[in-house]
Design a protein around this ligand. Structure first.
Ligand SMILES: NC(=O)c1ccc[n+]([C@@H]2O[C@H](COP(=O)([O-])OP(=O)(O)OC[C@H]3O[C@@H](n4cnc5c(N)ncnc54)[C@H](OP(=O)(O)O)[C@@H]3O)[C@@H](O)[C@H]2O)c1
Length: 319
């Protein structure tokens, strides 16, 4: 592998999306600093690069100097931090989706960072959930501090370690039924994690700087509702479960209890986010403008959902 002379800091690089971005950056020879609250979480990424190519560094987001030192001397910065539910005062949507990204963008501007890519979320401009509203406010805060930032808005992301298909596949193992919240009519455009990483690499590497200051909507080739998502799950796990309609109000009531779990299965805010479609808007910049052909669910899901197959991963059973 030819090593690049460029250094990239990836905030939240220990997560599902961040890890994939780091694997692709490493394959291209970039020097990578993984900014994380807990460096041990990023140790398993080190073998993805040469010795010393991937360096986990501790970042204390309550300390501006810590954020700045994580990106000092970096050419490029990628922000992947985000949460699905709030936890106490240290982990609120406003802090994680607005305040910290704003500080990172400010530090990028003050330290001569050339390109800054931020992972936002598709539907943040139309959504009524706190998640969506803070994601949109975060984009605005970033654009104020670093107008050349490239913003990527993915729909729900799938891939071997995703939190979406894996969660529903796990639920299908022991739940007597699966819920169709609000009738399951919300539309999604699931996107492969590898393609989200491709988009980040495009924004960092394209020669003309055309992606600077632009927002891209990232969705895969298929638009599906929740029922169709379950059908794919059943097809590739060989398991079926009855689908039960759960009106929004009832789902919110249920979420009161499920959100008390250490890792909440469902929160009231997630129910709220299911009220709006998460699909690419007309006229938006997309993968097409980056020359990327997004992979379909049917190509990727069988590769990792087979571990949930009834009768074991080598079973030939189909739903
Ligand atoms: N997954 C999806 O389907 C999806 C869809 C649309 C948009 N997105 C967005 O894509 C980004 C990456 O998502 P992901 O699925 O990779 O999430 P993830 O696996 O949960 O990783 C998120 C990262 O955020 C950091 N983080 C979490 N809580 C934090 C806190 N209280 N303070 C500081 N940092 C914190 C963590 O970094 P450390 O623990 O290393 O510090 C973690 O690695 C997020 O912005 C998310 O909103 C994801």
């Amino acid at each position: 592998m030819t090593m690049s002379n460029k250094t990239v800091t990836v905030f939240g690089g220990s997560g599902f999306v961040g890890s994939q971005i780091i694997r692709e950056l490493a394959a291209k020879g970039f020097m990578i600093k993984v900014a994380t609250r807990v460096p041990e979480r990023a140790y398993d990424l080190k073998p993805c690069g040469n010795v010393g190519q991937i360096i986990p560094i501790a970042c204390n987001y309550n300390n501006d100097e810590s954020i700045e030192s994580a990106l000092r001397d970096s050419d490029y910065v990628v922000n992947c931090i985000g949460i699905l539910f709030e936890r106490g005062k240290s982990s609120t949507f406003k802090k994680i989706h607005v305040d910290i990204p704003q500080k990172i963008a400010q530090a990028c501007a003050e330290n001569g960072v050339d390109r800054f890519v931020h992972i936002s979320a598709l539907g943040c401009d139309t959504g009524t959930s706190k998640y969506a509203k803070t994601k949109l406010a975060g984009e605005d805060a970033i654009k104020n501090a670093f107008p050349a930032a490239t913003i990527l808005r993915p729909s729900v992301i799938f891939g071997p370690k995703d939190n979406f298909f894996n969660m529903f596949a796990s639920l299908s193992l022991y739940m007597p039924f699966l819920p169709l919240i609000g009738g399951g009519k919300t539309k999604f455009q699931p996107v492969f994690v590898g393609n989200v990483a491709d988009a980040v690499l495009y924004a960092l590497q394209e020669k003309k700087g055309e992606s600077k200051g632009k927002t891209y909507h990232l969705g895969g080739p298929d638009i599906v509702d929740f029922k169709e998502i379950y059908q794919k799950l059943f097809k590739y796990t060989g398991r079926t479960k009855p689908l039960v309609n759960l009106p929004f109000a009832f789902a919110k009531f249920e979420a009161l209890f499920l959100s008390m779990l250490p890792k909440p299965l469902l929160t009231s805010d997630q129910v709220e986010s299911l009220k709006t479609d998460v699909i690419i808007s007309q006229g938006a910049l997309t993968f097409e403008n980056m020359g990327i052909h997004p992979k379909s669910m049917d190509l990727i899901l069988p590769l990792y959902l087979k571990m949930y197959r009834s009768g074991g991963r080598f079973s030939q059973k189909t739903a």
